[in-house]
Design a protein. Structure first.
Length: 57
């Protein structure tokens, strides 16, 4: 049996997911650890892990 068979889709039924557009991606870290960036003087400063993600993306 497919283990995803009973999963409910979170996609909006009326949205065309093939259309071009902007996408927002949310990345969560284990226990909400601040390993991707920090805020300094109101500006986001990427930490090494955050920079690696940007580089790979």
């Amino acid at each position: 049996m497919d283990r995803n068979q009973n999963r409910r889709s979170i996609r909006h039924q009326a949205h065309d997911y093939h259309a071009q557009g902007l996408h927002f991606v949310t990345i969560k870290t284990y226990q909400k650890r601040g390993i991707l960036s920090r805020i300094c003087d109101g500006q986001v400063q990427l930490l090494p892990v955050g920079m690696a993600i940007v580089h790979c993306w």
